[in-house]
Design a protein around this ligand. Structure first.
Ligand code: NAP
Ligand code: G4F
Length: 330
């Protein structure tokens, strides 16, 4: 078996929010970064445009195991970060089978490709606090039972347990990060945080007149994505693999997010937010708040960015974007 390259990492989902921040972190650490990208008729490299001359792109898809085996054989990474997923909860209700194929079975395809090509590769699985769903305990820890509330949450539970299973069955160094919501100016516009920050900025400039939202009472433990990718990397530097909750330990409602975002620009959210049934989900996750004690003690991880700073940063970035001060995504 050919040796893997000790400082080479392969990232699935490199074109996504977390993929872009993780790429920056790994490049800073001196890694060679290979990004697995699926074919599409238009390229979606906006988040990694500034990094493109420092990384290698390989074509592949979580729906196609042969492409994953081929990518691993070609590039021989020492670490694989599986960030790719159909990651939008609302879409998972309308496309549950696709979500299962990608977000659940995609994990098995990648783990199996690792087992076949080089079982010494270290593996990170992007698990989610959505697995806690109808929470059985407050705050949620690594031992809190799962009760997912969407096809996405169910798929992530599968992805989590298949990661544990490959660790226990084949001795893979496979870790699962149970990450709570993390946001940034690079967040997709469909997620509520970015939808609010972008709308607040657009309304302040007179380019939008209202913001249509669903459940304002849902509460989330929101952190900054740049802090959270550090935890992913730290997990793969440990002698032993494991599962870690990564969160801030604070919870805030969607309403509070709106209040802060609009107030940051001197506005009252109540003047602009309209409740729209179209954004109410068939089943909701009412409250998420985690306890990251294990990540703090074992990994030495802590977050740097707090909730208020996160909201203000996102609103300011969207204002700059809309005013043409930012080219692409910062
Ligand atoms: P994101 O911005 O939605 O990015 C998802 C990535 O997956 C994109 O690069 C997308 O590529 C890729 N992808 C989708 N289907 C694929 C397929 N069949 N084959 C290969 N690539 C595919 O997600 P994110 O916010 O960065 O999250 C990263 C991971 O963490 C996801 O697994 C998500 O479920 C999980 N997670 C996120 C959070 C959070 O709050 N952000 C919390 C917990 C867990 P395209 O550009 O081609 O669409
Ligand atoms: O921003 P969201 O769509 O994120 P959600 O569902 O919490 O999922 C995100 O975090 C998970 C970690 O817990 C990740 F695994 C997942 O991949 C994703 O990144 O919605 C947050 C809350 C929900 O309760 C939703 O019902 O906001 C509520 N909400 C209210 N109005 C809305 C809207 N969400 C969206 N997207 N759009 C609305 O108009």
């Amino acid at each position: 078996m050919a040796e893997h390259h000790p400082r080479r990492a392969l990232i699935t989902g490199i074109t996504g929010q977390d993929g872009s921040y993780l790429t920056e972190l790994l490049l800073d650490q001196g890694y060679e970064v290979v990004g697995l990208v699926r074919r599409s008729s238009t390229v979606s490299f906006e988040r990694i445009a500034h990094l493109q001359d420092q990384i290698t792109i390989v074509s592949g898809d979580l729906l196609d195991e042969a492409s994953l085996i081929e990518a691993l054989r070609l590039h021989r990474p020492a670490e694989v970060y599986n960030l790719a997923a159909q990651s939008f909860v609302q879409t998972s209700f309308g496309q549950p089978v696709l979500t299962g194929e990608t977000t659940a079975l995609g994990v098995t395809r990648l783990l199996d490709a690792i087992r076949i090509v080089d079982p010494s590769i270290r593996f990170y699985q992007a698990s989610s606090s959505e697995m806690f769903g109808k929470v059985q305990e407050v705050p949620q820890t690594e031992t809190t039972p799962f009760y997912p509330r969407s096809p996405y949450g169910v798929a992530k539970v599968y992805g989590h347990w298949i990661t544990v299973n490959y660790r226990e069955s084949y001795g893979l160094h496979a870790s699962s990060g149970i990450l709570f919501n993390h946001e940034s100016p690079r967040r997709g516009l469909e997620f509520v945080s970015r939808k609010i920050s972008h709308a607040a900025a657009a309304i302040s400039l007179g380019r939008q007149h209202e913001l249509r939202l669903g459940n304002l009472d849902a509460k989330r433990d929101w952190g900054f994505a740049g802090d959270y990718v550090r935890a992913m990397w730290l997990m793969l530097q440990q002698d032993e693999p494991g599962d870690y909750v990564v969160c801030t330990g604070e919870t805030h409602s969607v309403r509070e997010f709106c209040e802060l975002a609009f107030a940051h620009l001197g506005m009252d959210y109540g003047d602009y937010v309209v409740i729209d049934e179209a954004f109410i989900r068939p089943a909701e996750v009412d409250l998420l708040v985690g306890d990251a004690s294990r990540a703090a003690s074992d990994l030495g991880w802590h977050r740097d960015v707090g909730f208020q700073e996160l909201v203000a940063t996102m609103v300011d970035a969207d204002l700059d974007l809309l005013q043409g001060k930012l080219k692409g995504i910062s």
